[in-house]
Write a protein that binds this ligand. Structure first.
Ligand SMILES: Cc1cc2nc3c(=O)[nH]c(=O)nc-3n(C[C@H](O)[C@H](O)[C@H](O)COP(=O)(O)OP(=O)(O)OC[C@H]3O[C@@H](n4cnc5c(N)ncnc54)[C@H](O)[C@@H]3O)c2cc1C
Ligand code: SF4
Length: 475
């Protein structure tokens, strides 16, 4: 074997391949194929082991030691790579699939070329760990008599519970849903994140001593007072769950749904849950319009295509992102550039600079959307505003409209009032540097503290707050 002197110049970046479109749209199995260990070793060699690794200290919220992990992988030292990865990341099996790879946005290789495929490497490292039985329950060295209740089993709740339990604190996770995972379970579709990946980790956590109480709504089935009496601390990891609405005439028509409600129904079907199926949330033979050009919208497209939609259109009010970084978006910032997801390649149309003016119905059901092309202009105050284009109005046939326009606010009102929490003028729940709210012993982590974000950030926040609680309870 020849030794390459500058592998980052000689080995091209290689991404995981995708299953053929005609095959994958017939099922909900993972779209991405697995890369082989040999392919991943080759990719790890592209890492330049930079003196200042921006991927590690700027890109990755968990501060994963990416150059060291890549170096170990490039030498085939899988166990060492796993140890390095698990040192900072509790659940690389989640981020190795769904993280947008913030680290790759700040990779020095990506400045003038293609970044190192860190997420794929992370994915292969943790899967190699599972395949070899190296990933074990993290049992505490000593069990204390402290008790903490974690409310919500999304990535922030799981991360918080994992670290508290490792420190010997007795943890119970309370979850209103039937299954663990939060949006990883009910938002992200199976063709992106198979739910077995979440379940496998939950089994390890149970084996390490974490208790899970499902189908329990805190604030309704169990009172805050009861929880406070029985625990040394409570952590609210309830997510941010108020989707942005479409305020146009006709919004009340049947067939217009929030993206999350739509995705949840399909995830529940795939998970074998028994519930009353809502036909208005199924795309079969329908003209589907997804409003919102982000990742949640892309998840709706892939789901609608698998359900047998007649056609799918995605519209976005903002302009299309540029193909390359704009001058005001320099490296190592996250690149705000054009993205095409696997779902987009499965057969949908996309339009940008489109405003929705009205939903048009027939017999109470949505049939079309009246839309307008718009232009974005900068006002004298420096802010952008949009104006309709002359003769830019048009009608889009639509018997299923999915609203994927992001989320508003941070806090869940019922939780704020149940625990009597202080919020600021924007509705954010106040918390100190340990994560404690204005209510003594009540902490908050994840999207309900930060607003809708990412799995990796929720995991990081859960870890941070767990450390704050450990410092308070065990010192
Ligand atoms: C459709 C969709 C796709 C996404 N795709 C990605 C992606 O590809 N990559 C990525 O990084 N991020 C993605 N995200 C964002 C990511 O999923 C979230 O940022 C992350 O899940 C937030 O974690 P969390 O633990 O704070 O909250 P959540 O995951 O929202 O979990 C909160 C949990 O609390 C429970 N809960 C709420 N109230 C109560 C109560 N009163 N009692 C008991 N339980 C309660 C909820 O049922 C839920 O299980 C996506 C989000 C959505 C909606
Ligand atoms: S968690 Fe995300 S940002 Fe961190 S190393 Fe993994 S892919 Fe990169």
């Amino acid at each position: 074997m020849t030794t390459l002197s500058k592998p980052f110049l000689e080995i091209p970046r290689r991404n995981a391949e995708e299953r053929p479109v005609e095959e994958r749209i017939r099922d909900y199995n993972k779209t991405a194929k697995e890369m082989t260990q040999e392919q991943v070793v080759e990719q790890a060699k592209r890492c330049m082991n930079c003196g200042v690794p921006f991927c590690h200290n700027y890109g990755c919220p968990l501060l994963n030691v990416i150059p060291e992990i890549n170096h170990a992988v490039s030498r085939g030292q899988w166990h060492k790579a796993l140890d390095l990865l698990l040192d900072t990341s509790p659940f690389p099996e989640f981020t190795g699939i769904v993280c947008p790879a913030l680290c790759e946005g700040s990779c020095v290789n990506g400045k003038d070329g293609d970044s190192v495929t860190n997420r794929e490497i992370e994915h292969r490292v943790i899967e190699t760990g599972y395949e070899n039985g190296w990933v074990r329950p993290n049992l505490p060295l000593v069990r204390t008599n402290k008790r903490v209740a974690v409310i919500g089993s999304g990535p922030s709740g799981l991360s918080c519970a994992e670290y508290l339990n490792r420190a010997g604190i007795n943890v119970t996770v309370y979850e209103v849903a039937e299954h663990v995972g939060g949006f990883m379970r009910y938002g992200i579709p199976d063709f992106r994140l198979p739910k077995t990946v979440v379940e496998r980790r939950v089994e390890l956590m149970k084996a390490a001593g974490v208790r899970f109480e499902m189908n329990v709504r805190i604030g309704k089935d169990i009172s805050p007072e009861y929880l406070l009496r029985g625990n040394d601390a409570i952590v609210l990891c309830c997510g941010s769950r108020a989707p942005r609405d479409l305020k146009v005439p006709g919004r009340e028509l049947s067939g217009i749904h929030f993206a999350v409600d739509y995705l949840t129904q399909q995830n529940r079907i795939n998970g074998g849950e028994i519930f009353e199926f809502d036909e208005t949330k199924c795309a079969k033979d329908k003209h589907v319009v997804v409003i919102g050009g982000g990742d949640t919208g892309a998840n709706c497209i892939g789901t609608a295509i698998r359900q047998g939609a007649a056609d799918v259109m995605q519209i976005e009010i903002m302009p299309n992102a540029p193909m390359k970084r704009a001058a005001d978006n320099p490296w190592p910032e996250w690149p705000r550039i054009f993205k095409e997801s696997a779902s987009h390649k499965e057969g949908c149309s996309r339009k940008w600079n489109i405003n929705t003016l009205e939903a048009i119905g027939e017999n109470g059901k949505v049939k079309a959307l009246r839309c307008s092309e718009i232009e974005w202009l900068r006002g004298e105050d420096g802010r952008m505003y949009n104006v309709p284009k002359k003769d830019g109005e048009f009608i889009l046939q639509a018997d299923l409209v999915l609203l994927a326009m992001g989320f508003v606010g941070h806090a869940i009102p019922e939780i704020v009032s149940a625990f009597n929490l202080r919020t600021d003028e924007r509705g954010c729940i106040f918390r100190d540097s340990t994560g404690m709210t204005s209510a003594k012993g009540v902490y908050i982590a994840g999207d309900c503290a930060t607003g809708q974000s990412l799995v990796v950030r929720a995991i990081t926040d859960g870890k941070h707050v767990a450390n704050g609680i450990i410092r308070t309870l065990l010192n």
